[in-house]
Ligand binder design. Structure first.
Ligand code: SF4
Length: 374
């Protein structure tokens, strides 16, 4: 069941739940926001206990055939690029496993030639024995493309719509298959049909008014809880960070507004997983950890090969999509370019220690699946 029609009629037709959510994201006094935070904290405790799932992103490739104005990996950016081979992916993953991670998110730009379903299934298959939960965040595919990736051992699919505003979406995605708004919007359900049982959605905060994105996200979440009811649903709220290409966010969202949005989501969707990445500052992450966030990345690198310097032998530069030999500019490291700058640079161990100080138990392993013997 496609979400397209619901989104296109959202201004005219809102469900009761989305209407209640709309009130929760209106401007609030300090007192009202504090009451929301208390309610959010309690609901998180009731539904998730004192736990925080920790995961790490593992970038496989920064090749991409799209031009997205806000992203460093855009095809026309003359950056250093690489696609790790499967052995290199395993070396990167072993490093993460030694740090304690058993939940991993494989990330790649959209490039069917370099990061197609065969390559992704091979990477997943190589990592499956050592990781209890493997998710992918790659270009949208057809249902039949997901089947071998799930069969190889992946359980999670993450697809951010970036912005739910069609005209801004068209402005931001200037070339490549990503220009197809509806194909991306329906991707999560194709993933569900392909067998994924953890589904992650999100909007990039900074492309449009955050309140508008939040309303569309809430409607999308309600839709997914109804039609993909066997899956665990998560949401991410990434605020745009500096990246190659020098894009500046068009709209801002304060820390206070981010806190309010996390609380509004928790109150509206008590069982929703809320993900917070290292894009955010350490101090803010620490405060949000006890209010409503249930899953965090830690110690992240956003460049392929960034954990153990893999892939340097086949590093290359692209100029408007054409591969050229890399000539390193002054001070440039011999590493592929990252997608964006991270803000919380603490090690996974440091993040875990701070969580414990806040009374939370860091969860490195997905016990649900382990207990099922999967
Ligand atoms: S956001 Fe994704 S699709 Fe767009 S340029 Fe970056 S990696 Fe490619």
């Amino acid at each position: 069941m496609s979400f397209v029609e619901t989104l296109d009629n959202l201004a005219l037709r809102k469900s009761e739940l989305v209407e209640r959510f709309e009130h929760l994201i209106e401007q609030k006094s300090d007192q009202d926001l504090e009451a929301m935070a208390q309610a959010s904290r309690l609901l998180t405790l009731q539904n998730f206990g004192r736990t925080m799932r920790l995961f790490a992103p593992l970038y496989l490739s920064n090749e991409c055939i799209n031009n997205c104005r806000y992203c460093g990996f855009s095809r026309d950016n003359p950056i250093l690029r690489v696609t790790l081979d499967v052995n290199e992916v395993v070396v990167e993953a072993q490093h993460l496993a030694r740090q304690g991670f058993r939940q991993i998110l494989l990330v790649a730009g959209e490039h069917p030639k370099f990061a197609g379903r065969g390559y992704l299934a091979e990477c997943v298959g190589a990592l499956a024995p050592d990781f209890s939960s493997i998710s992918i965040e790659v270009g949208p595919m057809e249902t039949e493309d997901y089947v071998p990736i799930v069969a190889a051992g992946a359980e999670g699919l993450v697809v951010y719509q970036e912005t739910y505003n069609r005209s801004i979406y068209a402005e931001m995605h200037t070339s490549g298959p990503k220009r197809d708004f509806n194909f991306r919007l329906d991707c999560v359900e194709r993933g569900y049909a392909g067998g994924f049982r953890r589904l992650g959605v999100g909007a990039l905060i900074g492309l449009s008014r955050w309140q508008d994105e939040a309303m569309a996200l809430a409607a999308h979440l309600e839709h997914l809880f109804k039609y993909c009811w066997q899956a665990q649903i998560t949401v991410s709220l990434p605020r745009l960070r500096p990246a190659a290409g020098g894009f500046h966010p068009l709209f801002s969202m304060t820390d206070r507004e981010l806190v309010q949005l996390v609380c509004a989501l928790r109150i509206s969707f008590p069982q929703l997983g809320i993900v917070l990445s290292t894009r955010e500052r350490a101090l803010l992450r620490d405060s949000l950890a006890s209010i409503g966030v249930t899953m965090m990345s830690a110690g992240s690198h956003t460049e392929p090969g960034g954990y153990t310097r893999q892939g340097r032998e086949h590093l290359h530069r692209t100029v408007r999509g054409r591969i050229v030999a890399p000539e390193y500019q002054d001070g440039e490291d011999e590493l592929a370019t990252g997608q964006f700058e991270i803000s919380d640079e603490r090690s996974p161990g440091e993040v875990a220690a701070v969580l414990r100080c806040h009374g939370l138990e860091p969860i490195w392993k997905d016990w649900d699946q382990a207990l099922c013997g999967a």
